[in-house]
Ligand binder design. Structure first.
Ligand code: SAJ
Length: 431
């Protein structure tokens, strides 16, 4: 089997680096995306997302003629679907969100007309258990002239597998090459075809399983991390009540040879860890109690931080009886969903900063060194401010993200009240 032409559907944080990696193996790669701006940018050899080393890779792939982007699918030997799988919005607070497979459905329906006998279709998007079988069904409905593994087994015209992406934003290019891959074919032949495809650039092991287990493996990894972060977040609230430094506590506990507690923070953000556990909970709510509780603990943390700020305001007014709330400058340090990235999507820090700004009667300083403008959705009294200026002008400093720049040496005014959700400003020099 040989894959000369590879098509990647969805040119976002996963699809574009994957397309560029195949192009670096001198394969002809057709990238497909509904976003015309993304397509035009890529065809100029540029990128529309921030990811280290990706710009060089895409530039090389496009200028050497191995990668081309388009909005309309074209025939290829292998198709990789890397579109978002968000969840449907809930009607009532407390409802369990259900996964929304509409992007997978439209990707499947878009490639169906160009499929031919012998093609391989891989679903890379993080998906609830059963999504690969559902995708195979959508394809079969569109192409009754072809046979599919769900009905024809090993003899099918089309091969189908789920191979979840597992790379860490900020390290995508390296992890695409080095990480092991879980390959879940609908049949063994499907798995073997997918292994052959990935072996072009993957140096890690390509481990074969079935599609459902591969789907669950990805959800398990992210749920495991969510549960562990929830444990750390719960500890942080317990320790706050008991007047114990949670950061010291965790570093002491982690000296035990079999303990490795993660770090608390303002909540869990991004489009993966805060989403994927719901795909398990919504399928098996009666059994996924721990996973569900972890989600609730992590989702509740931003409100806990907002409440801390309210208490700090009350504290400030008590010690400064001549002042009122309009005299208080609050600084929110960090808006991204994790350190040293510019990604504000599903960020608890942005949510906290915005909630503070909405309820505070004075300007709130937003400090985010990785962005140049604030999103339009933020409260009108928020102002993007340079870090060192903001730290001098702030009465209440809310540290929300452990960006590297916030760990460098600086002096904080003695009177500033510090709310540190990441434990990096414990021993700051004051003047
Ligand atoms: N966080 C904490 N404490 C910690 C670690 C993380 O509060 O000790 C927070 C972060 O600040 C952030 C959130 O959790 O808000 C998620 O960050 P992350 O670095 O744990 O993960 P992501 O979302 O950037 O990437 C994850 C990765 N999954 C795992 O590590 C199991 C990545 O490998 C996946 O490919 C990615 O999800 C994905 O696409 O699913």
């Amino acid at each position: 089997m040989s894959f000369e032409t590879i098509s990647v559907i969805g040119l976002g944080y996963i699809g574009l680096p994957t397309a560029a990696m195949f192009a670096s193996c001198k394969k002809k790669v057709i990238g497909v995306d509904v976003n015309q701006h993304a397509v035009d940018t890529i065809n100029k050899g540029e990128i529309h997302i921030v990811e280290p080393d990706l710009d060089m890779l895409v530039h090389e792939a496009v200028s050497e003629g191995f990668l081309r982007a388009t909005t309309m699918p074209e025939p290829a030997d292998a198709f990789l679907i890397a579109v978002p799988t968000p969840f449907l919005s809930i009607e009532n607070e407390g409802d369990i969100p259900n996964p929304d497979l509409k992007y997978i459905e439209s990707a499947a329906k878009a490639i169906a007309p160009v499929l031919k006998k012998g093609d391989l279709v891989i679903l890379e998007s993080t998906s609830p258990v059963g999504a690969t079988e559902q995708m195979a069904e959508w394809l079969a409905q569109e192409r009754t002239d072809l046979t599919f593994p769900q009905t024809s087994g090993e003899n099918s015209d089309i091969r189908i597998a789920h191979c979840p992406e597992r790379v860490l934003p900020g390290h995508v290019v390296r992890e695409l090459v080095e990480n092991d891959r879980v390959i879940g074919g609908l049949t063994n032949k499907c798995s073997k075809a997918a292994v052959e495809l990935y072996k072009c650039f993957v140096k890690g092991d390509c481990v074969i399983t079935n599609a459902r287990t591969a789907e669950m493996a990805k959800l398990t990894e992210n749920s495991c991390r969510d549960v562990q972060i929830a444990f750390a977040n719960e500890l942080s609230m317990i320790c706050d009540k008991l007047d114990i430094d949670v950061w010291e506590l965790i570093s002491l506990a982690n000296r035990h040879p079999r303990i490795n507690i993660l770090q608390p923070g303002p909540g869990v953000g991004g489009h993966c860890i805060a989403v994927d556990p719901w795909f398990i909970v919504s399928k098996t709510p009666e059994h996924a109690k721990l996973i569900h509780t972890a989600r609730k603990v992590n989702d509740a943390k931003p409100e806990w931080v907002i409440n801390k700020v309210k208490l700090a305001i009350a504290d400030f007014l008590q010690t400064n009886p001549n002042k009122n709330a309009t005299d208080i400058t609050i600084g929110c340090f960090g808006l991204a969903f994790k350190p040293d990235i510019d990604d504000l999507r599903e960020s608890p820090s942005l949510f906290i900063a915005n909630s503070i700004a909405k309820s505070h009667p004075a300007t709130v300083l937003f400090v985010e060194p990785n962005i140049k403008i604030l999103p339009e959705s933020v409260a009108v009294n928020s102002r993007l401010t340079e870090f060192h200026k903001a730290i001098q002008d702030t009465d209440i400093a809310v540290l929300l993200v452990d960006h590297s720049i916030f760990k460098e040496n600086f002096v904080i005014p003695k009177s500033t009240i510090v709310i540190d959700t990441k434990g990096i400003w414990k021993n700051l020099p004051v003047r």
